[in-house]
Write a protein that binds this ligand. Structure first.
Ligand SMILES: [Zn+2]
Ligand SMILES: [Zn+2]
Length: 383
């Protein structure tokens, strides 16, 4: 049987999410302009809309995604409480359900039968369709979240998810509206529009971030890096990087890449709310980038005529030489690292030796940086 025929087109409808997405979407499209024209929105309503939108978004990206699904850092209980409450408010199911599905997504990315929101099943399915019907791929399997199930706060959230979700979605915006003296305006903006916006922004990670953008680190899955998406998704648009280095608390790994979730996690470290932030060693990042560059160069060369063009031949030779240098650097890095670890386990390492190993590793990393630039120039000559 071919892969696509296994997709079940007539799975039974999931009424609750279908009606929820439908009603909130229609309500936002109708009520926001209508109320805006007839009553206008107070500054307080707009401010609470911004606050709840960001709080919901960050609870999903910083909490559900980077803290719980991928364990990229440790967080103080107060921050986890914030994530738990505002995560429930964002109406994307309990952290148990969300993280279990997401771990399955990473493990079986793109598989049409096993990835719960496989982009290979099209935009609609990966964006929202996967939640509207009871597809076999969407059935939660909590065997992949034993660590989270031991967490009492998350168990509480899972157990009382419905009252928590209803309480926060009605209670917070109404309370905020009462505080600023604009009950309905605040409810429409910070309650309804906020929910619809927060939903679709997250859903874009599963749909657009697997379709639109570049693949600088790996082309073994559909995940893309997309700076435009990163702006509206609090940094999650660097999805190609994320799929290859999912245990890194950063998605936009370069300092200038727009990743507010990374900045939040890193800055909360200074006040003791986050710790043990996991970073992928620069060497591994450079290695992935270079490996992709070589792969692309080889693909390009394979399409060009094999003989007769001396310039192409020269580039071909230089790329082959760079490739050898690259492999030598990878082997050298592994060797230095191994020596360092050996010395460390024998506990004989002196402070200055430690520094010297670090320096050696950094030197190899620096060489890879330079090499990437050279290979980029060679690439340009093939264009
Ligand atoms: Zn993904
Ligand atoms: Zn992820």
């Amino acid at each position: 049987m071919s892969q696509t025929t296994l997709v079940e087109p007539k799975a039974p409808l999931n009424w609750t999410p279908t009606l929820l997405f439908l009603f909130t979407f229609v309500a936002a499209v109708v009520l926001v302009p209508w109320w805006g024209i007839t009553h206008g929105f107070s500054r307080g309503a707009v401010a609470f809309f911004a606050f709840f939108t960001i709080a919901n978004g960050m609870a999903i990206t910083g909490g559900y995604h980077r803290l719980w699904a991928h364990k990229t850092y440790d967080a103080h209980w107060s921050l986890r409480l914030f994530y738990m409450v505002f995560g429930a408010m964002s109406l994307q199911n309990s952290a148990f359900n969300w993280c279990s599905g997401h771990r399955t997504h990473h493990l079986h990315v793109d598989d049409v039968d096993l990835d719960p929101y496989s982009a290979k099943r099209g935009f609609w399915f990966s964006h929202i369709g996967w939640m509207l019907r009871e597809y076999p791929s969407g059935v939660p399997d909590f065997t992949n979240i034993p660590d989270l199930r031991r967490d009492k706060m998350l168990a509480f959230q899972h157990r009382y998810y419905v009252p928590l979700a209803l309480g926060t979605n009605f209670g917070f915006p109404l309370l905020a509206g009462w505080l600023v003296g604009d009950l309905w305006g605040t409810f429409i903006l910070a309650g309804i529009l906020r929910l619809v916006w927060a939903h679709h922004v997250t859903f874009f990670i599963n749909s657009l971030a697997h379709m639109w953008g570049s693949r600088p680190y790996t082309d073994e899955n559909t995940a893309r890096d997309n700076p435009v998406l990163a702006v509206i998704t609090y940094g999650e648009g660097y999805h190609n990087y994320h799929h290859i280095f999912a245990h890194d608390y950063r998605n936009g790994v370069r300092w200038w890449q727009w990743d507010p979730t990374k900045w939040l996690i890193a800055s909360l470290q200074f006040v003791g709310l986050t710790r043990k932030l996991k970073r992928t060693p620069d060497f591994q990042i450079q290695r992935a980038l270079l490996a992709m560059q070589f792969k692309r160069a080889q693909d390009k060369l394979a399409r060009l005529p094999t003989t007769g063009r001396s310039q192409i031949e020269a580039v071909r030779e230089r790329i082959a030489h760079e490739y050898e240098t690259f492999h030598a650097a990878v082997a050298e890095w592994a060797k230095v690292k191994e020596q360092w670890l050996e010395e460390k386990t024998r506990a004989v390492i002196e402070h200055w030796e430690h520094a010297s190993f670090q320096q050696q590793l950094r030197e190899i990393e620096r060489r890879l940086h330079l090499q990437r630039r050279r290979v980029r120039v060679l690439h340009a000559q093939l264009a």
